[in-house]
Write a protein that binds this ligand. Sequence first.
Ligand code: PMP
Length: 425
Amino acid sequence: MIGIDGARLDAMLARERAAWSAARPKAAALRERARRSQLHGTPQHWIHQFPPPVPLVIDRAVGARLYDTDGHEYADFGLAGTAALWGHNHPAVVSAVREQIDRGSVTLWSSEDHVVVTEELQRRFGLPFWQFAVSATDANRFALTLARAVTGRQKTVVFNHAYHGSVDESLTGSVGVEFNDIDALDRALASGDVAAVLAEPVMTNGGAVIHPRPGFHAALRDLTRRTGTLLILDETQTIPAGPGGCTRDLGLEPDIITMGKCIAGGVPAGVYGMSDAVAAAAMRYTEAGDGGLGSTMASGPLAVRAMRAVLSEVMTDATYAHMNRLATRYANDVTTVIAKYGLPWHVGRLGGRVSYAFMPQPPHSASQLYPRVGASVREALWLYLANRGIVLNGMSGAALMSPMTAEPDVDRHGSLFAEAISELV
Ligand code: PMP
């Protein structure tokens, strides 16, 4: 159906699974040991759903490379799902963390770094007021709580198959709408009882990049404004688009922005920003003593010093130029192979992020990608590449370029991808 021979696919899957396990006796032994103290023998249960039959056991992560406990080396294009977007040990982050760890990691007080960071976020993303959280999940939870408090409404709208972290309890009662479907959005907001629309500006979950259709963001902003609904944009996965995320790139005007992951270069952190109007309402809400939005572990000086280093030394135009150049190359390699074999696949790119969908046209909504079209092809490709030293995102198969990604690794991916596809068609 998607241009792949079923029997060849099965053969590749069986061979690559067996080869993977055979070459990783230490990882296999550790996994068996872990089964007695961890769900599925993995520290976070969803790791066992990733393609490798024995999960990767990492000895060390250096630059954009991984080294496993059985002595294998990999070029890491997964980069912890953007959490390690700048590389696993960017020198600017390492020196900031080294310096700060001797000066205290959590205080529950302010520092000059906090002000520098919120000023810089203001400059980049356009929203005036910012607060700190522990993760992107945490930032989204605070944003939703705030939106409900500010509007006095309970319902929220998210796009179908979107992922905004493990905030399920906050999304209970949430209405699902197809991304890019303006009429459905209009219907969902019409009754004026929705507190907020929570959305990625460009959808990245679901194994593809889903760009907004022309006019979609204008309509989203117009409909939310007209119905008194707050617009929360989650930039967690769209930071690879540019140094001010999609908000700056596309000139968007959200009421609230949330993000986390790479923002502190590997130290857990999240932030959320808000407009003047939301900030004024939030200050009333928090002064009334009804609600606290925060965590003792949020805004510790360790995370904030790392954030300052990321914002001032890592998220630069030079970094993005490198990421974009490599992503263009990676995308071209994949596109060339797809064209050569006439595969009905589509390559999507958002700055330093590249992924492909198993459909000939660019997807407009994530529902077109479900139920997990091409899941076994993704699995076979993941294993084929990983057995030969290339790691993609375990969930979506997407690739990310970091400032520490090396060009020869991108070329190597291109050759291996071509080899794998020639075997599968
Ligand atoms: N927002 C988006 C768009 C995400 O993709 C994710 C996680 N993949 C999150 C928020 C949550 O991030 P975390 O798991 O680091 O809290």
